[in-house]
Design a protein around this ligand. Structure first.
Ligand code: ATP
Ligand code: MG
Length: 559
């Protein structure tokens, strides 16, 4: 992995450095990435992964992967598997086994008993509506629950009955006894255990009560010896509660929570709930649809792990919310692919060229560079024959000087091959051009034409006799609106109707048919493409457009 993950600076690195300098961090730095397995990871999670794993790597520490699985109803094994694959693909490896918050359910239950015994928790029978009323508001203090002063014995007996499944869901909860007048609503006797009669993907039917996220997270950190528990800003108001649990429980360590701003990207939604809606309503073809801002989707689109890591580094880590321009992400992708993707040719809208002075049965294998600036990417061999395809838009019967492609009576160079002169066209009954007849200059391969008249342009091409057919999928941004889910608007209304177009029967240079799934290429003059991860090898080769060569979003295409 490149060092870019740990370059630059951010306030969390500064905190860790200070903690090392002051001796507050005497042992290893231990961080964790704690996804809830209720969907696929997205670009925002990529940032959290780069941050948590990146810090551990920079300071020679450890980063744990812990599934925060306290809400069994929404969680699935498929998500657990996908999340692991995504983290590894991004270039990171967690320390030790995969951990689950549910590994600590026994301990958490003991911690709850500890609070009850110390008079710090009670079973409350208020209904959800009543509890809301008692909670108060931001400006008004809450009221004590009538069940708040139950004796320790009564609470122990009721909590035991909760655990044994004797009560209905929603009829009782266990609450921490903190302060109903606290200005921070999170401290107004928060719920720590709920009755949920559902089986859990890790613990099966062992439990019918489940700890809340707040009662789980900090204690799990403490149990794992996490030194720096990094989360996003929406948990800032939960920090006093996190600290209250750590202070009031016999935990083995004292982790500290730090918050940073979520990554938001324009023209994108970064919420698993909304991404799930796109999947469930078949707006896209699944979580790994190349239009999705999921790690799996971006991977299938042809974004590289290095480019995503670079992007996460470029956006930095802040304490205040902001929106990053998607152009920055696209820049990171182009930058990486420009340097590393081998060149190739693909004709998407073929027009047949017949080279009348080229022998019918002759084939030449012409060498072309794999990459203009990268000798290490070697050379490729292009078959040249009497019939070739060019793009229909690269030929005109008449054109002004700005059109630097093939024009009747004029010359053009075929990339890495010969100069052609267009001599005549063949049209069908409807007047459409079906063939262009050209002559070629046999001395022009790698040399200027002997008559000294240089062609103005270079176009891409594929041999009609040796080329292979492929399907190309052109992807564009999924949303047409800069902030699809802000301002209370219905984000599904902003889906770009033209986010995918499929072009069948494109012509590719033959070696591309053998490209490995997930191999990236720059198709000359048309963009960056990737051999589809799943479908490339099953039938006609399939290439996904990762991104156009230049940023043309919102601009008229040039001639
Ligand atoms: P979502 O709203 O998409 O479900 P989440 O925060 O509920 O996000 P989790 O699975 O709980 O998703 O997140 C795992 C980790 O990733 C958390 O530490 C969370 O703070 C972090 N994370 C989630 N979204 C972002 C984001 N947009 N930017 C940075 N970090 C994020
Ligand atoms: Mg969450």
């Amino acid at each position: 992995m490149t060092d870019n993950v740990v370059s630059g600076n951010n306030f969390l690195r500064t905190i860790v450095k200070e903690d090392i300098a002051s001796g507050r961090l005497s042992g290893e730095l231990v961080t964790r990435f704690p996804p809830e397995p209720n969907g696929f990871l997205h670009i925002g999670h990529a940032k959290s992964i780069c941050l948590n794993f990146g810090l551990a790597k920079q300071f020679g520490g450890r980063c744990h992967l812990r599934f925060d699985d306290t809400n069994p109803a929404k969680e699935e094994q498929a998500y657990i598997d996908a999340i692991q694959e995504d983290i590894r693909w991004l270039g990171f490896e967690w320390s030790g086994p995969i951990r689950y918050a549910s590994d600590y359910f026994d301990t958490l239950y003991d911690y709850a008993l500890h609070l009850v015994r110390n008079g710090n928790a009670y079973v409350c029978d208020l209904s959800a509506d009543q509890a809301r009323e008692y909670r108060g508001t931001l400006t008004e203090a809450g009221k004590n629950s009538p069940y708040r002063d139950r004796s320790v014995e009564e609470n122990l007996a009721l909590f035991d009955s909760m655990r044994n499944g004797e009560f209905d869901e929603g009829s009782r909860v266990l609450r921490a006894k903190i302060d109903m007048a606290a200005p921070n609503i999170n401290l107004r006797d928060p719920i720590i255990y709920r009755i949920r009669k559902v089986s859990h993907h890790q613990t099966g039917d062992k439990w019918c009560i489940y700890p809340t996220y707040d009662f789980t997270h900090g204690q799990s950190d403490a149990l794992e010896g996490i030194t720096h528990s990094i989360c996003t800003l929406e948990f800032e108001d939960h920090r006093p509660l996190y600290e209250w649990f750590i202070a009031n429980l016999p935990v083995p360590a004292q982790p500290k929570q730090y918050e940073f701003a979520r990554l938001n990207v324009n023209y994108t939604v970064t919420s698993k709930r909304k991404l799930k809606m796109l999947v469930d309503e078949s707006v896209v073809d699944g979580w790994d649809d190349p239009r999705m801002p999921t790690i799996a989707g971006m991977r299938r689109r042809g974004f590289t792990a290095a480019a995503l890591r670079n992007f996460c580094d470029m956006v930095g880590v802040a304490r205040s919310e902001g929106v990053v321009d998607v152009a920055m992400l696209e820049h990171a992708i182009r930058d990486d692919l420009d340097k590393n993707a081998p060149r190739a040719m693909c004709v998407m809208d073929p027009l047949k060229i017949i080279i009348t002075n080229y022998p019918d049965d002759k084939v030449e294998w012409l060498n072309a560079p794999g990459h203009p600036n990268r000798d290490d990417l070697g050379e490729r061999s292009l078959p040249f024959s009497r019939e070739v395809y060019i793009e229909r838009e690269d030929f005109r019967e008449e054109a002004n000087k700005k059109f630097k492609r093939l024009v009747l009576g004029k010359k053009v160079r075929l990339r890495s091959a010969y100069v052609l002169l267009a001599e005549s066209v063949v049209k069908d009954a409807a007047g459409n051009i079906v063939e262009v007849h050209c002559s070629y200059d046999a001395a022009s391969h790698g040399a200027d034409p002997e008559d000294g008249i240089k062609p103005k342009g270079v176009i891409h091409w594929v041999s009609a006799s040796h080329g292979k057919q492929a399907t190309v999928r052109l992807y564009d941004r999924l949303f047409t609106h800069e902030s699809p889910d802000r301002g209370g608007e219905e984000f599904l209304d902003h889906v770009n109707p033209a986010s995918l177009s499929i072009i069948e029967h494109c012509w590719i240079e033959p070696s591309l048919a053998d490209a490995a799934p997930e191999a990236s290429f720059q198709f000359e003059r048309t963009g960056y493409f990737v051999a589809d991860k799943l479908e490339h090898t099953s039938g006609a080769p399939v290439f996904n457009r990762t991104i156009a060569l230049r940023d043309t979003w919102g601009k008229e295409s040039d001639v």
